[in-house]
Design a protein around this ligand. Structure first.
Ligand SMILES: [Zn+2]
Length: 118
């Protein structure tokens, strides 16, 4: 198992990443709310151009998708932090082998080894 100093570094990485994602989510949600509001106030009754509408829908939907994937990532981070607390961090959740440190350093929320990731 990784030594406590390395573990502490990985934990810090996770916490930093968590903060970054939370800020991103807040920003995405704020911009979505603003879009909703602008949509309502700018075009209350006017029939909108079909194409323009589609474009905006696309942005809106890709925003939603980003939001979903950020939330999934956040969940992974929370789980990784929990595993650190429980002392089970660094083991593959599938085959139980140790996840290589290089992988953890590149992606500290990893819960599987590269073989199981495939
Ligand atoms: Zn594995």
């Amino acid at each position: 198992m990784t030594d406590s100093k390395t573990l502490e570094e990985l934990k810090q990485k996770l916490l930093d990443e968590k903060k970054r994602i939370e800020e991103n989510i807040a920003r995405t949600e704020a911009s979505r709310k603003r879009m909703d509001r602008e949509y309502e106030t700018a075009f209350p009754e006017i029939e909108r151009d079909q194409e323009e509408n589609a474009d905006e829908m696309e942005i809106y939907e890709s925003n939603l998708a980003v939001d979903e994937s950020m939330k999934a990532e956040l969940e992974k981070i929370d789980e990784a932090l929990l595993r650190i607390e429980k002392g089970t961090y660094g083991a593959c959740s599938n085959c139980r082998k140790e996840i290589p440190l290089e992988r953890l350093q590149a992606y500290p929320q990893a819960d599987t080894c590269l073989d199981c990731e495939k």
